[in-house]
Design a binder for this molecule. Structure first.
Ligand code: NAD
Length: 484
């Protein structure tokens, strides 16, 4: 299997980008070399193509198109029905270019940028090929499928000079921007704990997406879909419900934890956790999937110059038949921020200096004279003003009704494309630092171990930093094995 992957990568990278351009250029009459694109004037349209026009591919395309002066010029997908659907949905007034082979998109000089909205196992390959071909890239989350794939994407991005945005669009929402402002202003004190649950109990929510009745090897490019994944006979369930299989997806961690982690990294300016542990179970959706439907994880974020140490605890339960009460909270030592849909509520609470006595306390167990002496000393130490707690304050932030995080996330991407800048809000370094903890969750779950991570050097470690003093900062990490 490993050799399959190597052969595949070799052939893909050889075929990608310019090489692909050369071989494909002739039949399509394109130039052999795609020049790197410079700034694009505000009056010129940014022309983009979507690679992977499934559910999110459509939502991404529509969100991108809600920005001015951008145009969809091509679509690649592996199911013919989706290419036909794209032609009717987006190509009414023009002949939209469609193909099963994304390399044909990369070979087109009329494409400035691509949206990579394929299943997770294709993200790194398509992104790297696109950057090499001189395209700007918007890549869906998680940026890569395995821990050891991030560096190649970061390197390709740096080398290309192109703009890249990773697609956890919620950090472009007004609520997350406000949360960042509040945390950075010290409004909730030092963050010490972050928690979030994201439960569901329905088939679609548990990724049992509809399968079109015409799905077959005629309408689906199954071999291309497999890519570097192990060979497998055609299976429409695997193609249309790929999230349920480790070969193509990243489970609940890559699908759902990633959004919160991205938000937390944005709000706290952290680089990431150093210790990650997860556990779970396949409790209910035993439909052939090989990923858990119940998962919890604990991550330790050490103190840095940006924040105190904090812990993050995340949970997904797709089999919660009880009352679903999802919460996402950032807790500090002077208050907390709780997200609710697009809004947030900040509760502020500051303890008085005086600790108090009595109640469920040892005070009553003292003898009378000792109690009197205690009170005397207490009164001397704590004058009345040190005994007052600040009243609990609740401050609500309501996002503007028309806040469109998804379009804004694309707006930030396009703005940087126009400027010829690599400074997007979720560039690949940020994107990989957010993806790594979720990929570590999967490794922790499947290999039943604690995963140690160096978020600064973005490398996996063999043990905790303190237990491995011989390790120098930046020492090469133990490689995460790509799937065989
Ligand atoms: N940002 C978000 O909120 C969000 C939400 C949902 C999904 N996503 C991400 O979007 C991506 C796609 O998810 P989805 O739900 O749209 O999946 P989907 O199965 O609905 O669509 C994926 C499409 O990619 C196509 N595809 C697969 N391999 C391809 C290849 N090599 N070249 C061209 N097309 C290819 C398939 O034909 C399919 O139509 C995933 O990475 C997912 O994590 C992000």
């Amino acid at each position: 299997m490993q050799s399959n992957r190597r052969v595949f990568i070799k052939s893909l990278s050889a075929a990608s980008a310019l090489a692909a351009t050369e071989s494909l250029a002739k039949p399509f009459g394109f130039p052999a070399i795609i020049p790197n694109l410079a700034k694009i004037s505000p009056n010129d349209k940014i022309r983009f193509a979507t690679i992977g026009m499934g559910i999110q591919g459509n939502f991404d395309t529509q969100a991108a198109l809600r920005n001015p002066e951008v145009e969809l010029v091509g679509v690649a997908d592996l199911y013919d029905g989706r290419l036909q659907h794209a032609k009717t949905a987006y190509g009414k007034d023009k002949d939209l270019f469609t193909t099963r082979d994304f390399r044909e998109i990369l070979a087109r000089p009329d494409v400035d940028a691509v949206l990579v909205v394929t299943p997770d196992h294709w993200h790194d390959h398509v992104t790297i090929a696109a950057l090499k071909a001189g395209k700007h890239v918007y890549c869906e989350k998680p940026m890569v499928q395995h821990l050891n794939e991030g560096k190649a994407v970061v390197d390709a991005w740096k080398k290309s000079g192109k703009t890249m945005q990773v697609g956890s669009q919620r950090i472009s929402s007004a609520a997350f921007q406000e949360a960042k402002r509040l945390v950075q202003a010290g409004e909730i004190g030092a963050v010490n704990y972050i928690e979030s649950n994201n439960d569901r109990f329905n088939a679609i929510g548990a990724w049992e997406y509809s399968i079109p009745p015409d799905a077959s090897t005629k309408t689906v490019d199954w071999d291309r879909f497999l890519g570097d994944a192990p060979k497998h006979p055609f299976d429409a369930k695997r193609f249309f419900r790929w999230r349920n299989y480790r070969d193509y997806g990243t489970g609940v961690a890559g699908d759902l934890f990633i959004h919160l982690i991205t938000g937390v990294h944005f709000v706290t300016n952290t680089m990431g956790p150093t210790r990650i542990f997860s556990s779970g179970n396949l409790a209910y959706w035993k439909d052939g999937r090989d990923v858990p439907d119940v998962m919890s994880c604990i991550m330790d974020y050490p103190k840095t110059d940006q924040h105190e140490a904090f812990q993050m605890v995340l949970r997904v339960n797709f089999a919660n038949a009880g009352k679903i009460n999802d919460v996402t909270r950032i807790i500090g030592n002077e208050g907390q921020i709780e997200f609710s849909e697009n809004n947030l509520i900040m509760t502020k609470k500051k303890l008085p200096i005086a600790p108090g006595y009595g109640g469920y306390d040892s005070f009553f167990t003292f003898t009378e004279p000792v109690q009197q002496e205690f009170v005397k000393q207490y009164d001397a130490k704590y004058p009345p003003e040190t005994r007052k707690a600040e009243p609990v304050k609740e401050i609500k932030f309501e996002a503007p009704k028309d806040d469109d995080a998804h379009a804004k996330h694309f707006g930030n991407f396009f703005e940087n494309v126009r400027k010829g800048s690599q400074g997007t809000v979720e560039d690949p370094v940020f994107g990989f630092r957010a993806a790594a903890p979720v990929l570590a969750c999967n490794e922790s779950y499947f290999e039943q171990k604690v995963v140690y991570w160096d978020p600064v050097t973005m490398t996996q470690q063999s043990g905790p930093a303190s237990a491995a003093p011989e390790k120098k900062p930046g020492a090469t990490a133990k490689k995460t094995t790509k799937k065989a």
